[in-house]
Write a protein that binds this ligand. Structure first.
Ligand code: SAH
Length: 221
C-alpha cells in the first residue's frame, strides 16, 4: 500500500480531511500526490479562527481584511493544472492571502515567490509559513501587478485575485511555454490556464470560480 493510494489516504487521514480528499477526487482531482499534500495540510490553521470548524468544507472562507481563501476544489484545480503543465522550477504567486496555496506550491516547486498587497496578511502568512518550516518561499509586500522586484524568469505565474486586464509585468516574466493561471470575468466568472507560445496564448483549461478583485497599490494595517 502506498500513501498515494486514495483508499489508503482516506483510511489514514483525519476524518474531516479524508472527506475533503474523497470529495476532491469525485470532482475530478486525480493527482494523487496533490491529494496527499492537501490531505496532510492543516487548512484550519489558515482561516479566521471563528471559521476553523468549516475549514474542510467545500466553501471559500474569510482569512481577515475582507479577503477569502478559495474553496478546496479551486485551489486543487489551479494546483493540478500547474503540476500537469509547468516545469517545477520557479513559480510567482500574486495574492499570498493566508499562504495556503503558497504552502501547496512550495511542496512541488523548487522556489515560490509570492506577493501580497495587505501588510497584515503578508506578515501573518510569512510567520505561518515559517512556523510550518516551509523554507523555499520568498514573501514580498507590494502590488503584484508590478511583478517580482528583481527581474527573474518564471516557469509559472498564478494570480489568485480577479483582474480586469492581465498586468504586462506578469506575462513578460514568464518563460516560453510557461504557464499562466488567472481568473477572468468574461463571459462568466472562471479560472483559466494558459501556456505562453511566443506572442500567443494556448488555453489549456477553464473552470467556474469566484475571486476577490486584484487591487492597486499596497495597504498598511
Ligand atoms: N491564495 C490565497 C487567497 C487569495 S485571496 C490563499 O490561499 O489564501 C486574494 C489575495 O490577493 C488577497 O489576500 C488580496 O489582498 C490579494 N491581492 C489583491 N490584489 C493584489 C495585488 N495587486 N497584489 C498583491 N496581492 C493582491
Amino acid at each position: 500500500m502506498s500513501p498515494y493510494d486514495l483508499n489508503w489516504l482516506v483510511k489514514h487521514t483525519e476524518p474531516r480531511t479524508a472527506q475533503m480528499v474523497a470529495q476532491l477526487k469525485e470532482q475530478g482531482i486525480h493527482h494523487l500526490e496533490l491529494l496527499a499534500v492537501m490531505g496532510g495540510l492543516a487548512r484550519h490553521e489558515f482561516v479566521e479562527p471563528a471559521f476553523s470548524h468549516l475549514a474542510y468544507s467545500a466553501t471559500p472562507l474569510p482569512i481577515g481584511r475582507n479577503q477569502t481563501i478559495s474553496q478546496p476544489l479551486t485551489v486543487a484545480r489551479m494546483s493540478q493544472w500547474l503540476l500537469e503543465h509547468a516545469r517545477r522550477g520557479r513559480v510567482l504567486e500574486i495574492g499570498t492571502g493566508s499562504g495556503y496555496q503558497t504552502a501547496i506550491l512550495a511542496h512541488f516547486f523548487n522556489k515560490v515567490h509570492t506577493i501580497e498587497r495587505q501588510e497584515s496578511l503578508y506578515l501573518l502568512a510569512k510567520e505561518r509559513l515559517a512556523k510550518m518550516s516551509v523554507n523555499n518561499v520568498e514573501c514580498h509586500f507590494g502590488d503584484g501587478q508590478a511583478g517580482w522586484p528583481q527581474k527573474i524568469d518564471m516557469d509559472a505565474v498564478i494570480i489568485t485575485a480577479m483582474a480586469s486586464k492581465v498586468p504586462l509585468a506578469l506575462t513578460d516574466c514568464l518563460k516560453e511555454n510557461g504557464i499562466l493561471i488567472m481568473p477572468i470575468d468574461s463571459p462568466a466568472s472562471c479560472i483559466g490556464c494558459w501556456q505562453k507560445k511566443g506572442q500567443q496564448w494556448k488555453c489549456l483549461g477553464t473552470a467556474p470560480a469566484h475571486f476577490v478583485p486584484l487591487l492597486e497599490g499596497k495597504e498598511y494595517a
